[in-house]
Design a binder for this molecule. Structure first.
Ligand code: FMN
Length: 194
């Protein structure tokens, strides 16, 4: 009789662990990103995360595009970041509230997130949700990108972020991501994929 009780308990625990596992992987995931340069580094990283997680994908788009000239863009971005400008962005998906985990990707611009990402995070409340930040950069790494995101969404739970150094042309960052396994390992570490 004791043995039967013990076996039943073990079966219950096993079923519960299966359930917990299933619900974790059943979370609804969105990958949001902004990308400007020709290399489309952040976009390429976002696409790869989407491919691995089966998430939905959304690209932040500005109403007034940044200059296509690099130096002009760098100058405008510097002014905007110094002044805390939040440029107007095109309408976001109406069902943002449906997602449990939101990956938010940005290029490192002047050591912080690009202003369109600041607009996105300021305009939408992710309290109680999980945000996973990621960034591409030209050598400056994460800098203040992720801590600045956390300041705008103090009531979201932030998981460990990832940075990848940008490349040009586009095919190079894609090849680098696939070669390194760094993204796969990170997604496993934060528990989003097996
Ligand atoms: C306006 C601007 C500012 C930038 N500032 C930095 C910086 O402070 N540190 C850094 O490492 N890279 C900086 N970069 C380089 C980008 O972070 C890098 O090229 C990134 O991978 C571009 O991503 P994207 O192709 O998605 O636009 C800057 C690029 C631009 C256009």
């Amino acid at each position: 009789m004791k043995a039967l009780k013990y076996i039943t308990l073990l079966i219950c625990l096993f079923m519960m662990s299966l359930n917990a596992h299933a619900s974790d992987k059943n979370k609804k995931i969105l990958v949001v990103y902004y990308s400007w340069s020709e290399g489309k580094n952040t976009e390429t990283l976002a696409n790869y995360i989407q491919e691995k997680t089966g998430a939905d994908l959304y690209q932040i788009d500005v109403v007034e595009p940044y200059p296509s000239d690099y130096n002009k863009c760098v100058d405008q971005a510097k002014k905007e970041i110094n002044a805390g400008v939040k440029p107007q962005i095109k309408p976001v998906p109406a069902n943002l509230g449906d997602y449990d985990i939101i990956f938010v990707g940005t290029p490192n611009w002047w050591s912080t997130m690009a202003p369109p990402v600041l607009t996105f995070l300021t305009d939408n409340d992710f309290s109680g949700k999980t945000i996973v930040p990621f960034a591409t950069h030209g050598g400056g790494g994460e800098a203040r990108c992720f801590v600045d995101m956390e300041k705008v969404q103090p009531n979201a739970q932030f998981l460990k972020g990832l940075t990848v150094r940008g490349h040009k042309p586009k095919a190079d960052i894609d090849a680098a991501i696939r070669r390194s396994k760094g993204v796969d390992n990170w997604l496993k570490e934060i528990g989003v994929i097996d």
